[in-house]
Design a protein around this ligand. Structure first.
Ligand code: F6P
Ligand code: MN
Length: 335
């Protein structure tokens, strides 16, 4: 095998922390197994009858795809028995998921989006699984939603697995960002992208332009400048991408830089943004900041937000440091 396996990598990390019990290492291993199982179902697609709608809606009022439901179940079944988790929260479940009484309860909480970008499944584009691990507060015998409502700064691990041309698991435990590619011949994730870094500058932006008329003025101004490039106030021309799959978008940022925005808009005034704080914005912010980038709502650091609701939505502006700072400065000037 060329390169270090994920198992070797996390055991080496564990050895650097003499107080570690090994519990967290085992949890990461089980998570990797869950991602392999999900990747397999995604890959089987139409062969397993996995495409199309499930005929139900999630708490967000979004139509669930069959694979949203299948992958949610797979994730829960892969992790509920392990003894490492105290409870789980899923984008696809209204309520907190308790550990069944027959299994031991552990010290960690996990928030997850089992299949991000699922509108892309039927058109065969990249989708992924996102997760965020928190410590369960001491003495919480019966974890409730309140125990999950911790700011993103409290995350001890965040990651995502992208099911694209290759399956890649990207992980941070607060010590940089590393990417592991699934080697199907041996069934192991192998370290292929050590110490991923986001360049401070970029000339690529990602935003759903069809929402343009609904954005606030600072975002209007920023995007207009990007579009005008050298003919406007900027020193360079910009390129644009929009995949409508956050995992794919963030993976691109980690590979070649860029800025990604899903800002607040007045399309649906009661929704403060589209992306979910606990399942999408916090884990991706942790990864982006660990790779040297920045992450903001435009008005505050995403990971400083004290969550009020497990399914809460937030505006998201993240990626290459200098561009994010520019968008934030436009918000400050407006206020
Ligand atoms: O889960 C939310 C999500 O699918 C993200 O992965 C993606 O960035 C976004 O929604 C796409 O939104 P839209 O369909 O508005 O472009
Ligand atoms: Mn999602």
């Amino acid at each position: 095998m060329k390169g270090e396996s994920l198992t070797q990598f996390i055991i080496h990390e564990q050895r650097r922390n003499p107080s570690a019990s090994g519990d967290f290492t085992l949890l990461l291993n089980d998570l990797a197994t869950a991602c392999k199982a999900i990747g397999h179902e995604v890959n089987r697609g139409p062969l397993a009858g996995n495409l199309g709608l499930a005929g139900s809606e999630n708490i967000q009022g979004e139509a669930q795809k069959k694979l949203d439901v299948i992958t949610h179940e797979l994730f829960v079944r892969s992790l509920e028995w392990t003894g490492h988790l105290a409870a789980m929260a899923s984008e696809e479940s209204d309520e907190i998921i308790q550990i069944p009484s027959g299994y031991p309860r552990g010290k960690y909480l996990i928030c997850f989006d089992p299949l991000d970008g699922s509108s892309n499944i039927d058109v065969n584009l990249s989708v992924g699984t996102i997760f965020s691990i928190l410590r369960c507060p001491e003495g919480a015998k019966h974890p409730s939603e309140a125990h999950f409502l911790q700011p993103g700064r409290h995350q001890i691990c965040a990651g995502f697995c992208i099911y694209g041309p290759t399956t890649i698991l990207v992980l941070t435990t607060g010590n940089g960002v590393n990417g592991f590619t699934l080697d199907r011949d041996i069934g192991e994730f192998v370290l292929t992208h050590p110490n991923m870094r986001i360049p401070a500058d970029t000339s690529e932006f990602a935003i759903n332009m069809s929402n343009r008329r609904y954005w606030e003025q600072p975002v209007q101004r920023y995007v207009e400048e990007c579009v005008k490039g050298r003919d406007g106030g900027r020193e360079k021309d910009f390129n644009m991408r929009w995949i409508a799959s956050m995992v794919a978008e963030i993976y691109r940022l980690l590979t070649r830089g860029g800025i990604f925005m899903y800002p607040v808009d007045n399309k649906e005034p009661n929704k403060p943004g589209r992306l979910r704080l606990m399942y999408e914005a916090n884990p991706m912010s942790f990864i982006i900041e660990q790779a040297g980038g920045l992450s903001s709502t435009g008005r505050e650091h995403i990971m400083d937000i004290l969550p009020e609701d497990i399914h809460q939505r937030v505006p998201v502006i993240l990626g290459s440091r200098n561009e994010v700072q520019r968008v934030v400065s436009y918000h400050l000037e407006q206020n």
